[in-house]
Design a protein around this ligand. Structure first.
Ligand code: ATP
Ligand code: MG
Ligand code: MG
Ligand code: MG
Length: 564
């Protein structure tokens, strides 16, 4: 591409209203322009980066076997009423009326639309599993749009939705998506961390966020280097701010006797009424063995700590949930509400009768859950609690926590049957029985990835794109272009580089080299080659990588192969 045909819209001044460096640099490098609050136009240069990210995402989703679709951005209210989210979603949902006064929304996400598509299209278990994805514009009426495309109102998302007959199949797809996400962010050249996450308004059980590590990140994440534990601080356990409160009397027993126990037997054994207050807690045991413990009473986890049983100091984490799966040799429902399948597995493991548990669990509206501080256990007085901090012990007891900032670029969920139940998404199973499918969903903020990449890759002079997402790989700058042999040599090199498949930005402007160099550094092209009378004489090309202090000379004949 010739700069004479591809105007660079660079700015020297830092725009006053841009708070973080990626927003400043995206404006200064001419990647985006603001239309209105949270609404941005992608300029030609910015769009090239966005499309490169999109391409990596598409290639990895295809490689993982997902099928690309493109759904409407505008969605009828009826579907949202069916899922009950029309009332729940709140003001982030942009609601619109058509000329007939019918209600619609501009999609902030597509669970309803895809579930509707699924229930119309897919009839048999033989067509499962299936994973549909799209790369499409979303709208969320963010309360505080800011940081440019980082938190925009209109933005580009890759969203995928998978459908399964059972949770084992869902767990497999979830792992496949987890791996695909790791490949995507690694290929985009980003330093990231996958962390356990809250499921928020989307609903469901297990969930991980993919965080690009950057000081400007809006999320705090707690990481334990020793064990690999990593969670959004929102989700990480809170700790007592002052002295732990006096420990109430409580009893707990490991159900060690093999054989079947009814809930009545268990409650008699523990001396609690059978219809309430029995919780199942799965913790990691001492010799790395998993044990199921039946607990009575409504105590907080921090009251059950090491004093009673060392394993109790370790609430169940996703990492150990995976280990539960390994140990049980079958999928473990979730960390959140375990659901009937989870109850069955726990009951099998603890050798207690499942039907009784299910019935016991359902009485009194009580739900059996895996343990998660603050969410599953009674909410303690907030005054007594604080968030985890740098240096706190990690919840799995394996080491200490480091707190880092992160930018959420991806989020995957095991949704379960929330949407399929509400909207009647079923298939016929092998026995010809109608079965409600179980779902997963997987999002990537494609446009946010561009901003996140800049947060991680920049210096005083501007952006430094990771090669795979750079708008151009190479910038070609002729010096003293008024000399015919320079123009000739530059044109020849431009032709050769282009022919060999390298994306070249050829700065054929009539400006001073200093201006061109500054622009190239600002827009972050990873490699720069210079053709000058001196270089021609020495039969070399002057090369400078974006991070190099000084240029170096590369023999003219080697330059193309060298850049490839
Ligand atoms: P956030 O916590 O940043 O508000 P979210 O949890 O609401 O994000 P999800 O519903 O998980 O977002 O959507 C999937 C992905 O879409 C997010 O991981 C993020 O990368 C991207 N995303 C969400 N909201 C925005 C936004 N306003 N602007 C740009 N990207 C966004
Ligand atoms: Mg949000
Ligand atoms: Mg979030
Ligand atoms: Mg999210």
């Amino acid at each position: 591409m010739r700069v004479s045909r591809f105007p660079l819209s660079t700015l020297r001044e830092t725009p006053a209203d841009a708070e973080i460096v990626s927003h400043q640099l995206m404006l200064r490098a001419g990647l985006i322009r603001r239309l209105s609050s949270g609404l941005y136009t992608w300029m030609p240069l910015g769009l090239r980066v966005l499309q490169r990210v999109e391409r990596i995402v598409r290639e990895e989703m295809n490689r993982a076997g997902a099928l690309e679709v493109l759904m409407p951005a505008v969605q009828p209210a009826e579907l949202w009423q069916e899922s009950t989210r029309w009332d729940k979603y709140g003001p982030e949902l942009l609601r619109i009326k058509d000329r007939h006064e019918r209600d619609f929304c501009f999609g902030p996400t597509h669970e309803e639309v895809i579930t509707d598509l699924f229930r119309r299209e897919i009839r048999s278990y033989k067509q499962l599993p299936i994973n549909y994805y799209q790369i499409q514009t979303k709208f969320r009426d963010e309360i505080r749009p800011r940081f440019g495309v980082m938190r925009a109102r209109e933005f580009l998302m890759k969203d995928a939705y998978s459908f399964h007959l059972d949770s084992a199949c869902l767990a497999r797809e979830y792992r496949a998506m987890h791996e695909a996400y790791c490949r995507i962010f690694a290929r985009a050249g980003l330093a990231f961390e996958a962390v356990e996450a809250d499921t928020g308004a989307i609903g469901g059980n297990i969930s991980h966020e993919f965080m690009v590590l950057a000081d400007s990140g809006e999320d705090a994440i707690a990481v334990c280097e020793q064990s690999g534990y990593a969670a959004n601080v929102e989700l990480a356990p809170t700790l007592p701010a002052q002295q732990p409160r006096p420990q109430p009397q409580m009893e707990m027993e490991r159900v060690a006797t093999p054989g079947q126990h009814s809930i009545a037997e268990v409650s008699e054994y523990l001396g609690v009424p059978s219809d309430r207050n029995i919780k199942i807690l799965i913790v990691e045991g001492a010799e790395d063995e998993l044990v199921a413990l039946l607990l009575r009473g409504d105590h907080e986890l921090n009251e059950l700590k090491a004093e009673k049983h060392p394993a109790l100091a370790k609430p169940l984490t996703f990492a150990s949930a995976e280990r539960v799966e390994q140990q049980l040799g079958c999928p473990f429902g979730s960390l959140g509400p375990v659901g009937l399948e989870g109850v069955r597995l726990i009951a099998d493991y603890a050798a207690v009768q499942v039907s009784d548990f299910v019935c016991g669990a359902n009485q009194d509206g009580y739900h059996l859950r895996g343990v998660n501080w603050g969410r599953d256990l009674p909410e303690p007085e907030t005054a007594d609690l604080r968030s985890v901090e740098h240096g706190d012990p990690s919840p799995d007891g394996a080491g200490t926590l480091t707190i880092r900032r992160g930018i959420e670029v991806g989020h995957i969920f095991q949704l379960g049957t929330t949407y399929s139940n509400a909207m009647g998404a079923t298939v016929l199973d092998e026995q010809g029985q109608e079965r409600t499918v179980t779902m997963g969903c997987y999002g990537i903020g494609v446009s946010r990835v561009v901003a996140a990449a800049i947060e991680q890759n920049h210096d005083q002079k501007g952006i430094h794109w990771p090669d795979p997402i750079a708008p151009f790989q190479v910038a070609l700058v002729p010096i003293k272009a008024d000399q015919p042999e320079v123009t000739e040599a530059a044109e020849a090199l431009y032709g050769e580089l282009t022919a060999s498949g390298i994306d070249v930005l050829y700065d054929d402007r009539d400006s001073r080299p200093g201006v061109k160099f500054a622009d190239i550094e600002l827009i972050g092209i990873p490699h720069r080659v210079v053709v000058s009378p001196k270089a021609i004489q020495e039969d070399v090309i002057e090369y400078k990588g974006r991070n190099d202090e000084e240029p170096s000379s590369v023999p003219r004949d080697d330059i193309v192969a060298w850049l490839k």
